[in-house]
Design a protein around this ligand. Structure first.
Ligand code: CAA
Length: 699
């Protein structure tokens, strides 16, 4: 007969003879919030004081063992006990303590395991120290105990990548002692009996000596300096691991101090905003309603975009019919998909033995009638309203009732496209980002008449494809491209006024973008912007300063960027160097416009670029194109390479403050009052002292 005592709402002790089973039950992921910390400490102290238990086994209820510290408590007043202190109590327990890990034992969860005297993994377990992804370091003993169990090089790799290590590898590395199959409670009881009969050995992690490895530490530190100089926590992780050769008490003290330094950085706040934002974007009533079933998808257009979308759907296990108008186009589309799938195998995203079966789910066709039975069609042909309307008119006649008709347009009016059918309620925009099988953003563009279950289906599709679905309203460019169209002019103005393209790129790369805007332009193809400028020439605001002068000159030479070997830069196999001819174009265009070049600091460049981005982002929130500031942030993090540790443009805006932003815009407006206008929302926020974070909370 066993007897269970509740220590508090999250922790209970079940006595089975002289075995004590401590159960952690704090849904959804058993995070170590205050009650878990307190309960664990109380339970272990009580069992030691009472002296009835000869072994203690800790396990967790629900889908996973502890997935880490409770991130929601970060940045709030701290309530003891601290996690490292709880783990010290566990490690010092004179009654042996073992732990049974299942699901994902991450961060503080794995550190809890490391402080026990033996660890049993349950099949499919993954362990990890993902704190680095939140701008932190494993601050509850992870940097000290992991090197003791798995060695310094393994600990460094694991901590700096934040990756989830599969159970088998964890066993081989010495992180867990055994791997078993079964329910956590049953395994806990069995393993505890094994401790009693001597078939499972226990030992205190703090008594294991670390093998020093200064070479690995120095090499890693030098590499990080080169590749991640702008980040804070990776360097602190190395410092903390270096302290693991000290006695545990001293090492833990150093780890704690470094952890608190990380906790205080804006990078930590930005990364945690990104973590919760990614989950909050689909946490809206529209995403949660009943959705239509999608098993078979039709993709129209076998270009880069269509093939990428088809690949994403195939990788998610969906059947795909790919439509093109001519055989050569269709062959090219199939070849692109084939090479995308090969790439997925190489990147470990698709198992080799599944590859052929996935490709077999693809049916290429030249006949639109093949779409008669699909559940969803995604049109991905070139951006021409006439062509799109023609296609949607045909789909209206061909597709079965209830099929969802989606356009991958990146800026056209989805209401107008919907009006070319007799079923506008079934029409939606699904805007993917290139390469569509890699980029995680999916803008779900809701038109006036789109039915609620079609919107919910868009979110369900995003989830199925492993993408971050963000709701957007209809306007030219939706959320992302509309904001991009505005702020990219700033880069051009900076060059016309005195900066070089390289200086602009370097300044923004220093801010954290992987590539500056001119390098991105070269990569995407300068001809795309050129065509857009020509198309919009007739409707351009005559008062607006023209931003395309230099880019036009480059394109007139037939230089479209990387694909033609030249653009803002010259590409010579792996080498990239500034295109000196561009300097001449810039000088001539300045002369023509009567501009006397002036100098900008890198900070000036970042300030102007970010202020322009924030201004249009504020307008997008103000007019409802984006429902919440965090939706804009996620669009930029997952679709535009915005530095994750900055949290997104509007999270970053809060670090400057509305009042300072308004003051900046007013200063810039003295040079160009057409481009630099204060958005009404920012003005209001400045007057009321509110932030975008406040708006996120209210929404
Ligand atoms: N704290 C608080 N809430 C958390 C959480 C945490 N550590 N981890 C997940 N959650 C919440 C999510 O926000 C989500 O809440 P909503 O349902 O309200 O949106 C819910 O738990 C479920 O999470 P997911 O939707 O992500 O579920 P999943 O099954 O896809 O993934 C997971 C589960 C792998 C555990 C994933 O949530 C995850 O990676 N969590 C973060 C793990 C982590 O970073 N741990 C380290 C924390 S820092 C630390 O431990 C510091 C230290 O050293 C002391």
């Amino acid at each position: 007969m066993s007897k269970t005592t509740a220590i508090n709402d999250c922790i209970s002790i079940e006595m089975s003879g002289d075995i004590a089973l401590i159960c952690i039950d704090n849904p959804p992921v058993n995070a170590t919030g205050q009650a878990v910390r307190q309960g664990l400490q109380d339970a272990v102290e009580k069992l030691n004081a009472e002296g009835n238990a000869r072994v203690i086994a800790i396990y967790a209820a629900g889908r996973t063992f502890v997935a880490g510290a409770d991130i929601r408590e970060f940045g709030k007043p701290f309530v003891p006990p601290a996690l490292p202190d709880v783990f010290n109590v566990i490690e010092a327990s004179s009654v042996p303590v073992i732990s049974v890990l299942h699901g994902t034992a991450l961060g503080g969860g794995l550190e809890l395991g490391l402080s026990t005297h033996a660890r049993i993994g349950i099949e499919d377990l993954r362990v990890g120290l993902p704190e680095i992804l939140l701008g932190l370091l494993p601050g509850a003993g992870g940097t000290q105990r992991m090197p003791r169990l798995a060695g310094i090089p393994f600990a460094l790799e694991m901590i700096l990548s934040g990756r989830q290590v599969p159970a088998k590898e964890a066993l081989e590395a010495g992180i867990i002692d055994r791997l078993e199959a079964g329910e956590p409670r049953d395994i806990a009881l069995k393993a505890a009996k094994d401790v009693l009969d001597g078939t499972l050995q226990t030992r205190r992690t703090d008594q294991i000596a670390v093998t020093p490895d200064q070479g690995a530490l120095d090499q890693t530190a030098a590499h990080l300096q080169k590749t991640q100089g702008h980040l804070f926590s990776p360097h602190k992780c190395v410092e903390a691991v270096a302290a693991s050769t000290e006695p545990l008490v001293a090492g833990l003290k150093i780890e704690r101090a470094l952890f608190m330094e990380c906790m205080d950085t804006p990078q930590r706040a930005g990364l945690i905003h990104a973590f919760f934002g990614e989950r909050a974007v689909s946490n809206i009533p529209e995403a949660k309603g009943p959705a239509r079933e999608i098993a078979h998808v039709g993709v129209i257009g076998g270009g880069t975009m269509g093939s990428g979308i088809a690949t994403a759907c195939l990788l998610a296990g969906l059947k795909v019919t790919l439509i093109e108008v001519a055989q050569d186009g269709l062959d090219r589309g199939v070849a692109t998909i084939t090479s995308n799938l090969d790439g997925a195998v190489k990147r470990g995203k698709l198992k080799t033995d599944k590859r052929d079966a996935v490709q077999a789910m693809l049916t290429p066709s030249l006949d639109m009638q093949s779409l008669a039975d699909v559940d969803l069609v995604i049109e991905a042909v070139f951006e021409d309203m006439g062509v799109k309307k023609d296609i949607f008119g045909k789909l209206d006649k061909i597709c079965k009732a209830g099929a969802i008709l989606a356009s991958n347009t990146s800026y056209l009016d989805v209401d107008e496209i919907a009006a070319s059918t007799t079923r506008p309620q079934d029409v939606i925009g699904l805007h993917f980002f290139s390469p569509a099988h890699v980029m995680r953003l999916l803008e779900i563009v809701v038109a006036d008449k789109t039915a609620p279950d079609v919107v919910a289906s868009g979110f369900a599709l995003a989830k199925k494809l492993g993408k971050v679905g963000v709701r957007a309203g209809v306007c030219d460019g939706f959320i992302g491209n509309r904001i991009l169209a505005h702020y990219s002019k700033t880069a051009a103005y900076l060059v016309l006024d005195g900066a070089t393209p390289q200086q602009v790129d370097n300044a923004l790369e220093g801010f954290g973008f992987a590539m500056g805007p001119h390098k991105v332009g070269d990569l995407a193809g300068l001809d795309i912007g050129w065509m857009t400028r020509k198309r919009k020439a007739a409707t351009r605001d005559p008062n607006e300063r023209y931003a395309g002068a230099v880019a036009d000159r480059i394109c007139e030479e037939g230089w479209f960027g990387r694909k033609s070997g030249k653009g803002y830069y010259v590409y010579d196999s792996r080498d990239i160097s500034p295109n000196l001819a561009v300097d001449t174009f810039i000088a001539e265009e300045r002369d023509k416009a009567g501009v006397t070049p002036r100098s900008f600091t890198d900070q000036d460049i970042v300030d102007r670029y970010m202020t322009a981005m924030i201004s249009e982002a504020a307008r997008v929130v103000e007019d409802g194109t984006a429902k919440r500031p965090l939706d804009v942030d996620m669009v930029f993090l997952f679709g535009y390479g915005f530095p994750r540790h900055r949290g997104g443009p509007l999270h970053y805006a809060d670090t400057i403050g509305a009042e300072a932003l308004v003051a900046r815009i007013k200063t810039y407006a003295k040079e160009d009052a057409t481009y630099w206008q204060v958005p009404a929302l920012l003005e209001k926020m400045a007057a009321s002292g509110t932030s975008f974070a406040d708006m996120n909370k209210e929404a």
